[in-house]
Every structure is written in structure tokens, then in C-alpha cells.
Design a protein around this ligand. Structure first.
Ligand SMILES: C[S@@+](CC[C@H](N)C(=O)[O-])C[C@H]1O[C@@H](n2cnc3c(N)ncnc32)[C@H](O)[C@@H]1O
Length: 270
């Protein structure tokens, strides 16, 4: 099992480091949770992560199932969200752009004319809708069925990547964000619209405890710390703007110019 984050204090963990293709394994005895954060450098700190145990197949089936009703269920929010979508896409003028989790294609109308867009999604049914929406308006857009956790593109393929309300449903968001970083050219930008876990002392525990409900119905976790995940994935110059309370955020970050693979960590109970 990878990335076990409920850390059993006092138990030995087999920790697997991998860096530049070189793998090393160490046994660590965790006496206190805080110790783990100290032992692991910056982006290897697993307390930043928050991933679900369900696989991509479960997420895929869920979105295939809700694809026919997705747009009608969200229309009441779309009035407000449209403005945020436009705002994020206006920050990109041209270049090779990857849209992750295109869904039913709600961003298609915002695509900059001069940009060459590749749009991926895990769900065939969502992707079909996006393809239909693009239709004759943007016949140049390339749609592809793909999992952001394992992107089918070489390193340094894109100038920028955009995702709107996607990393709340990706099973391992840090892995997905790392993949985005890998396929971005050095200095390339990631732009996200995401709902994240509030820091408010009342909302935070409420969102945590209610999380299983939207996850089950809609597939979206409401307890994700996407800002920390972006940092943990190795992005730099991470900026945020709160759009609705401190829950809906626009996040921007840069893929470092030195695209060395950051050490990854896999935790297994030994
Ligand atoms: C909440 S919808 C958002 C859709 C669209 N971006 C929007 O703003 O309306 C989340 C989308 O992310 C896709 N998704 C979830 N996990 C994914 C993954 N691992 N790789 C690619 N797409 C994924 C889902 O299939 C779904 O279409």
C-alpha cells in the first residue's frame, strides 16, 4: 500500500525513497507523528497529502454515471463560476495548453483563440460531452481519455496547464500534480480553480465530517488541502486568491526551471 497517512505511532514503517531512478529502503520507527515531518524534506512530508483510497476506476465509473445530468445539476452555481472560469483563462494568451479534467467542456468557450489546447478526462462520457460542446467552435482541440496521475505525454510538453474543480476528485492529487509538473516546460504555469478545506475553526471540522457525503454522491472531496498539495508536488511561486470565503480558490504556480525529479516516498507498513 502506498502513502499511508494515518501514521501508527511506535510502529516500524518501511520507507521507500526513490530519486533519479535510484531506490533506497529504510525502516523508520515513528515514535510521534511530528517526527515524520521532521525527518522528511519539504515536499516529501506526507502530512501535506490527502488522498482517497478509491481507485481511478471508481472515479471514472462515477463520472460516467453522472455525465448526463452533470450540467443540469450545476446550473445554479455556474452563473457565479463562469466569471471565475473567464478570469483564469484570460491569464493565458497562447501556447500549448493542457486542460486536465475537462469534464463536459464548461471551459471550452473560454479557450484563448491563439492557444493550442489538449483536453483530457478520465471519464469517456464526460469527454464525449466536451467533444460535442467544442463541435465546430473549436475543432482544433484535441480530446483524450487519460488519467492525470499517469499522463501519456513526454516531459516538458506544455506551456501551461489548467484544471477547474478537478483535484478534489483525483484519487492521489499529489501524484496528479506531479505529473502535471513533469509535462510542463520549465517555468510553465499551472492555474487551478478549486474548492479547498476552510481554515475557519467552525467550517473546518464541519467540512471534514461531511466529506463522505459529497464524495459518495458527486465524487468531490471537500476536505482537500490543494494549496499544500501543489507545493508538495514540487511547484514553486505558489499564489492563491480566495474567491468565495476561503473555500473556493484560484491557485497559480510555476514548474521549476530545474525539472529534476523530486524524491518520492512510498510508505508501507512493514
Ligand atoms: C467536478 S468535475 C469538473 C469538470 C470541469 N473541469 C468543470 O469545471 O466543470 C471533475 C472532472 O475531473 C475528472 N477527473 C477526475 N479524476 C481524474 C483523473 N485522475 N484524471 C483525469 N480526469 C479526472 C472527472 O472525470 C470529471 O470530469
Amino acid at each position: 500500500m502506498t502513502s499511508q497517512f494515518s501514521l501508527p505511532e511506535g510502529r516500524a514503517l518501511l520507507v521507500q525513497f526513490s530519486c533519479h531512478g535510484v531506490r533506497e529502503e529504510k525502516h523508520l520507527i515513528i515514535r510521534h507523528k511530528s517526527q515524520l515531518g521532521e525527518r522528511l524534506p519539504g515536499n516529501m512530508n506526507p502530512t501535506a497529502a490527502h488522498h482517497s483510497n478509491e481507485g481511478a476506476d471508481v472515479v471514472q465509473q462515477r463520472y460516467n454515471r453522472i455525465a448526463p445530468i452533470y450540467d443540469s445539476c450545476e446550473w445554479f452555481m455556474e452563473y457565479r463560476v463562469r466569471r471565475w472560469r473567464r478570469d483564469i483563462w484570460e491569464r493565458i494568451r497562447a501556447g500549448l495548453i493542457l486542460e486536465v479534467g475537462v469534464g463536459t467542456g464548461k471551459n471550452v468557450d473560454c479557450y484563448p483563440r491563439a492557444a493550442s489546447i489538449t483536453a483530457i478526462d478520465l471519464s469517456q462520457k464526460m469527454l464525449e460531452r466536451a467533444r460535442n460542446k467544442a463541435g465546430k467552435r473549436r475543432p482544433d482541440v484535441e480530446f483524450r481519455l487519460a488519467d492525470v496521475q499517469h499522463l501519456p505525454y513526454p516531459d516538458r510538453s506544455f506551456d501551461a496547464a489548467v484544471a477547474t474543480f478537478v483535484f478534489c476528485s483525483v484519487p492521489d492529487p499529489i501524484q496528479g500534480l506531479r505529473e502535471v509538473r513533469r509535462v510542463l516546460k520549465p517555468g510553465g504555469r499551472i492555474l487551478l480553480l478549486e474548492h479547498v478545506l476552510s481554515r475557519n475553526f467552525l467550517l473546518r471540522p464541519l467540512m471534514k465530517s461531511l466529506d463522505p457525503i459529497p464524495t459518495h454522491i458527486w465524487g468531490a472531496h471537500i476536505d482537500r488541502d490543494t494549496l499544500s498539495n501543489v507545493r508538495a508536488a514540487g511547484f514553486i511561486d505558489v499564489r492563491e486568491a480566495s474567491l468565495l470565503l476561503d473555500i473556493v480558490k484560484r491557485i497559480e504556480a510555476i514548474a521549476p526551471t530545474e525539472q529534476l525529479e523530486a524524491p518520492t516516498i512510498l510508505l508501507r507498513r512493514s
